[in-house]
Write a protein that binds this ligand. Structure first.
Ligand SMILES: *Cc1c(COP(=O)(O)O)cnc(C)c1O
Length: 655
């Protein structure tokens, strides 16, 4: 609901969340599917038991447990003056313990912990020469640490899905069954404009599984994070080169969070100049929904400026608003290239106007796929941008996330990039090289719980940039722009492109205008989007940013054959629309209105439609070789949005 809110409520939104953590959430849900309620309980009981044995042994060694007697998987031991010595011994012997409240050491166990780990911890705490506790004896005698009144007795995870797939064969088939329903990048291009769904190359993905990256704790001591420090350093350096900016923080977990961090930096900078009253943020009406939502979250006052009939920022209105709000102007937020898929030619002039009124320019860099190697926002007048590593730089984001939304800034804003109190205190985020007389650390607070955000997926972007090199990245940008223009031109006589530059070209995406079809055939963009599923294509972005249009972004990942396959499908659908226009098929019963067609509906004994089953299922010959079968037929989106449905087992069955 919050992700819908930022697009719809814009400057009245109470959240700017866009990219979420869907892929990690899917992994967590599969963990529950595989283990089920009994398995999770067994895992928890074993962990709790190990913690109880660990505690009993530490008691024998003379250490008292923190502030209370109960515990689940975590113990805090009063270690007093010995705290530093024990912590140092732990690191030497291969364990990291957390220091807390100066004189405590904290330990967490989990399902990966073993008897050997418990004995190692005893050796660490005992120091040399002491008699170690007897594991087997304590296993029998140690009292449980979970209080009786907190023990759960009610049922949980009762849905059949959590009680069916408990061996690897069954689990594999369950996941396969789910993926068969999905129309993903492994079957067709996903031409979702503005989302940049591109190849996540295997060689980019492999390193994130290496334990050296995957098993590092974000708060491990700084001297154990040398690899991540190098990764952070190199990636920031390369992103500075790609964007023309002076400093980057990789902390934000989404583009929208990068916007938030960037706006906080602008705000803090104005405050440092003694201009805390500068809070007005101008945003053209064409902006992505996150822009006004982020400005609102950062406590700014959003003023929307107009676009002209070509979809470009209305420069006269922008100038007038800058003059009107000159004394209180904080910044302007523009998207480049614009959300209309166009390189606006007056962007330098726009930046100069804003600067002349004391404001800063935020350039939404989510569309950097159209710029890398060709133009740099830090050079054409931007002061701050965010990037979407999960778009332009190849991190997979099916369903929306995990994301990385680096925030990039010009020189004088570098000191205001996000900090992180815990990481700064422990030295894993180095102090800023502050200029003389700057005094206190001016960084804005953390925008993410971990100092390096979604650090574990950074190797993907690192690999992409490292493998492509400067020439490769430029070639990718050029191919992305060429592909979008190819689609736009090839489809021009069937579906005109809504916005283009004066030279008739688009950037890396094109908005196909379907609005006139409503009058001639009652066909809406949504009907074409659904019909594309019958043709084996994921739909393009629907009705964004203009209602009843399709926004197509092919990216450089698609070859000419796949572009042609998409174009052929779109042209074939236009011919189908002609059959409605000329009256062969009724407006309310045709392959578009009834799309997508499920196998079940096509194989039903009765077929009452005005067109044959073959036309529904195999409108072009190639589909007979590879056919994607939609798992569900047409859904009433608006009704579904307004009425909550639960796919749970009915409550009566549970009773
Ligand atoms: C995707 C996108 C965003 C938001 O990025 P998230 O990572 O989804 O938060 C912002 N602006 C533009 C132009 C985008 O395309």
């Amino acid at each position: 609901l919050q992700t819908r809110e930022q697009h719809i409520r814009r400057e009245k939104a109470t959240s700017n969340i866009c990219t979420a953590q869907v892929l990690p959430a899917v992994i967590a849900s599969m963990y529950a599917v595989y283990h089920g309620p009994e398995g999770l309980k067994r895992i928890a009981q074993r962990t709790a038991r190990l913690a109880a044995i660990l505690k009993a042994g530490l008691t024998q060694l003379g250490f008292t447990h923190g502030h209370h007697d109960s515990a689940f998987d975590t113990l805090s031991l009063k270690t007093g003056d010995a705290t530093d010595a024990i912590a140092a011994r732990a690191v030497q012997m291969g364990a990291n313990l957390r220091k807390a409240w100066d004189s405590y050491l904290c330990i967490s166990l989990d399902e990966t912990s073993t008897r050997a780990d418990v004995e190692l911890l005893w050796r660490i705490f005992a120091g040399a020469g002491k008699q170690l506790p007897d594991f087997a004896a304590l296993e029998r005698s140690a009292p449980d640490l979970i209080p009786a009144e907190l023990r759960r007795t009610s049922a949980y995870l009762t849905h059949p899905v959590f009680n069916t797939h408990h061996n690897e064969t069954a689990m594999l088939r369950y996941i396969r069954k789910l993926s068969d329903k999905d129309l993903a990048l492994d079957r067709s291009m996903i031409p979702l404009g503005s989302c940049t769904m591109k190849l996540n190359a295997t060689s980019e993905m492999i390193p994130i599984t290496w334990p050296e990256f995957a098993n590092v704790h974000p708060f491990a001591p700084a001297d154990q994070l040398a690899g991540y420090a190098e990764l952070d350093h190199l990636l920031r350096d390369w992103l500075c080169q790609a964007t023309g900016y002076a400093g980057v923080s990789l902390q934000p977990n989404a583009g929208s969070q990068g916007e938030y961090a960037g706006l906080l930096a602008i705000k803090a900078w104005h405050e440092a100049q003694g201009h805390a009253h500068r809070t007005v943020c101008l945003i053209p009406s064409s902006a992505h929904g996150t822009n006004p939502a982020s400005a609102q979250m950062a406590g700014m006052q959003v003023v929307v400026t107009k676009c002209d009939e070509n979809g470009n920022v209305d420069m006269q209105d922008l100038q007038a608003q800058c003059e009107k709000h000159s004394a209180n102007l904080s910044c302007v937020m523009i998207t480049y290239p614009s959300t209309h898929g166009v390189f606006e030619t007056q962007v330098k002039e726009l930046c100069q106007i804003v600067h002349s009124h004391g404001g800063r320019v935020y350039v939404d860099g989510a569309n950097m796929n159209a710029l890398v190697g060709v133009a740099a926002p830090g050079e054409f007048g931007g002061d701050v941008s965010h990037l979407n590593l999960h778009k332009t730089f190849c991190i997979p984001h099916g369903g929306g996330g995990p994301g990385v939304g680096p925030v990039c800034v010009v020189e004088d804003l570098v000191p205001f990039l996000p900090g992180h109190a815990t990481a700064q205190a422990s030295g894993s985020l180095p102090p800023l090289p502050l200029g003389e007389g700057r005094g206190e650390d001016p960084r804005v607070g953390a925008v993410s719980a971990a100092p390096l955000g979604n650090a574990a997926v950074l190797p993907i972007s690192w690999m992409y940039i490292r493998m492509m090199g400067a020439d490769g990245l430029t070639a990718a940008t050029e191919a992305a722009i060429l592909s979008a223009n190819y689609i736009s031109v090839r489809l021009a006589e069937h579906y005109p492109t809504l916005y283009a530059s004066a030279n008739g070209h688009v950037a890396h995406e094109c908005i196909l205008d379907l609005r006139q079809l409503k009058d001639t055939s009652d066909v809406m963009a949504e009907d074409v989007a659904k019909r594309l599923i019958d043709y084996g294509f994921h739909a393009p972005t629907l009705s964004f940013p203009v209602a009843n249009t399709l926004m197509v972004e092919p990216t450089e990942s698609e070859d000419l054959a796949e572009l042609d396959r998409f174009i052929a499908a779109m042209i074939a659908i236009r011919e189908e629309i002609r059959q409605i226009e000329n009256g062969t098929w009724p407006q309310d019963d045709n392959p578009l209105k009834n799309a997508p067609h499920t196998a079940e509906s096509l194989l039903a004994a009765e077929w009452k439609h005005s067109y044959p089953r073959e036309v529904a299922a195999f409108p072009i010959a190639s589909l007979r070789q590879t056919k994607y079968w939609a798992p569900v037929g047409r859904v009433d989106n608006v009704y579904g949005d307004r009425n909550l449905f639960c796919s749970c087992v009915p409550i009566e069955d549970l009773a």
